[in-house]
Design a protein around this ligand. Structure first.
Ligand SMILES: Nc1ncnc2c1ncn2[C@@H]1O[C@H](COP(=O)(O)OP(=O)(O)O)[C@@H](O)[C@H]1O
Ligand SMILES: [Mg+2]
Length: 264
């Protein structure tokens, strides 16, 4: 499986948010999209999911132009987990998960099929949320809710899983848990996962491929060793970093603000 992002440009009211973004990813790859606030990470994910329409450029999954796939059919290719989803939906976890099967439903009918329930059962076991199925969404902790959101996206059985800041509200243990989960399902299901994350340290722990955005431009994309270079990260984030080689990983540790902590 292959995802190709080719020269994608997105504007909001004639202001560019993404300029000529290009990169590729293969099945089984964990891709991290990093960059400071406002760099264009969310815009990139939304362009891949066809929520925002690029002015120029194209996105292909296995040679198919994503924008031309009908929305229901597109749901079988791509799932996006956005951070803004409200937890105050008055439904049970199971009801919420069932809505992810919409792309597989027949016209005018939504009685869950045997297959729908099977998929939910398998994913729920994998993500350790079986005990939560009858709980209400608004009763879950942030960590549990994040697992449910990722489960819901996987229950859609997408080829490409997009996650926008999935760790933003979590403490360090749950941050690691979410990223390990993303890595595990990406490898096990041979899908492509693309996680937007502002935390370079976390990205450096888990990514196979890194896309570094700055002001709407991809300034580097490739293997972690090519992107996690002190000078590059320092220029983009304005933060002094140290890069540690631990095992086969390059771990990026933010040390202090550049400029001696003076505001720039
Ligand atoms: N709906 C919108 N309308 C206008 N400008 C937007 C909209 N969404 C994002 N932007 C702008 O586009 C740029 C990129 O935003 P975004 O993709 O959300 O960045 P990130 O996710 O990296 O923080 C920012 O300058 C932001 O202010
Ligand atoms: Mg964002």
């Amino acid at each position: 499986m292959k995802l190709v992002i080719d020269g994608v440009e997105v504007y909001y009211n004639s202001i560019p948010a993404l300029r000529g973004a290009s990169f590729e990813a293969q099945g089984g790859e964990v891709v991290a999209v990093i960059g400071p606030n406002g760099a264009g990470k969310t815009t990139l994910l939304r362009a891949i999911a066809s929520i925002v329409k690029p002015l120029r450029g194209a996105i292909y999954i296995d040679g198919r132009l994503v924008n031309s796939v009908p929305p229901k059919e597109r749901g079988k290719l791509i799932a996006l987990v956005e951070p803004s989803i409200s937890r105050s939906i008055p439904s049970s976890v199971l009801e919420f998960l069932l809505t992810a099967r919409y792309p597989y439903s027949k016209l005018y009918s939504f009685t869950p099929s045997k297959r729908d329930l099977e998929v939910i059962d398998i994913i729920a076991k994998k993500l350790n949320i079986t005990h939560l199925l009858n709980r209400r969404l608004d009763e879950l902790s942030s960590g549990e809710f994040q697992r449910v959101l990722i489960a819901r996206a996987l229950i859609q059985e997408p080829r490409v899983l997009l996650l926008d800041e999935p760790t933003a509200f979590l403490d360090i243990k749950y941050r690691l848990e979410v990223m390990e989960l993303v890595r595990y399902v990406t490898k096990e299901q041979r899908i492509i996962s693309i996680t937007a994350i502002h935390d370079v340290y976390l990205a450096s722990l888990y990514a196979d491929k890194v896309v570094l955005l700055s002001n709407g431009v991809i300034v580097a994309a490739g293997k972690p060793e090519d992107v996690f270079r002190e000078e590059l990260i320092e220029n983009v984030y304005g933060v002094k970093v140290q890069i540690l080689n631990i095992g086969d990983r390059r771990i990026v540790i933010p040390i202090q603000l550049l400029n001696n902590g003076q505001p720039t």
